[in-house]
Design a protein around this ligand. Structure first.
Ligand code: NAD
Length: 238
């Protein structure tokens, strides 16, 4: 497909999903029947799973931390960091990913709407800020407690919980003239609705990934291909 022109007046909102980290070796969520790295979401990524068996949840996220530490950003992460360097505050990145590959590629203006693997926070939501925590736990006894007594849990938005930073995300979508969505199946809400919000505001909307997402009809362009191959050279910044 021809390059997408980004003019001096454009404001770009990018939404990324698990697909952008696939070429870094991190498995996507939908790669095999709704499993994530061989686990059922209901067992490891819901408030009920945490109540039932916090160690099972920590064991899963410790595994994701170990995988994340071994992974490196790929050309798609670098292409978005490069676009940000050109556009400055006219660029905003929202990722559904919990890995830190965007930051490691150089992205700065970004939010993690589903949380961050490298942080933990109090299970009681007592108001204390999440803390940096890259520990790969081998038993629940090693997991620390908050000053209020609550057990530390991964700083991850479990399925059924409200995503983070929604006010800022809505504000940035409202200002965007171009939305670029990369590597997300369009099945997890509210992220799957962002393209509709952008269209309501009159923005152009582009999807990049090897197959059309479930919400493909809402995009003005669908560019089929791997993010690492498509994104470099996709934007012509005027
Ligand atoms: P998903 O697994 O539902 O969909 C992945 C999408 O990526 C698919 O549409 C697939 O076609 C596409 N894809 C595969 N390879 C690609 C490539 N090389 N380039 C571009 N696209 C590619 O993912 P989702 O929609 O992001 O939802 C899953 C949820 O699970 C997310 O909310 C996220 O929090 C979590 N998750 C995070 C990670 C991570 O942090 N790396 C990994 C897995 C799941």
């Amino acid at each position: 497909m021809a390059a997408i022109s980004v003019s001096g007046k454009d404001r770009v909102f990018v939404l990324t999903g698990a697909g952008i980290s696939a070429e870094s070796g991190l498995p996507t969520f939908r790669a095999s029947d709704g499993l994530w790295a061989g686990h059922r979401i209901e067992d490891v990524c819901t408030p009920e799973a945490w109540q039932r068996n916090p160690w099972r949840v920590w064991e899963f996220y410790s595994g994701r931390r170990a995988d994340g530490a071994k992974a490196e950003p790929n050309p798609a992460h670098f292409a978005l960091a490069e676009l940000e360097a050109k556009l400055g505050e006219r660029f905003f990145l929202c990722t559904q990913n919990v890995d830190d590959l965007h930051e490691r590629a150089g992205s700065v203006r970004l939010v993690h709407m589903h949380g961050e693997l490298a942080k933990s926070r109090c299970e009681n939501e007592c108001g204390r800020a999440p803390v940096e925590d890259r520990t790969i736990y081998t038993s629940l006894d090693e997991v620390g407690r908050c000053a209020c007594g609550g057990l530390l849990r991964p700083h991850i938005v479990f399925f059924g919980e409200i995503p983070l930073e929604m006010d800022r995300i809505q504000e940035e979508i409202g200002k965007a003239t171009l939305m670029v969505v990369v590597g997300t199946s369009g099945s997890v809400y509210p992220a799957a609705n962002f393209v509709h919000w952008a269209r309501l505001g009159g923005a152009r909307t582009v999807y990049v990934g090897p197959e059309a997402p479930l919400n493909a009809a809402a995009f003005t362009h669908v560019v089929e291909g791997k993010a690492g191959e498509v994104l470099l050279g996709l934007f012509q910044v005027g």
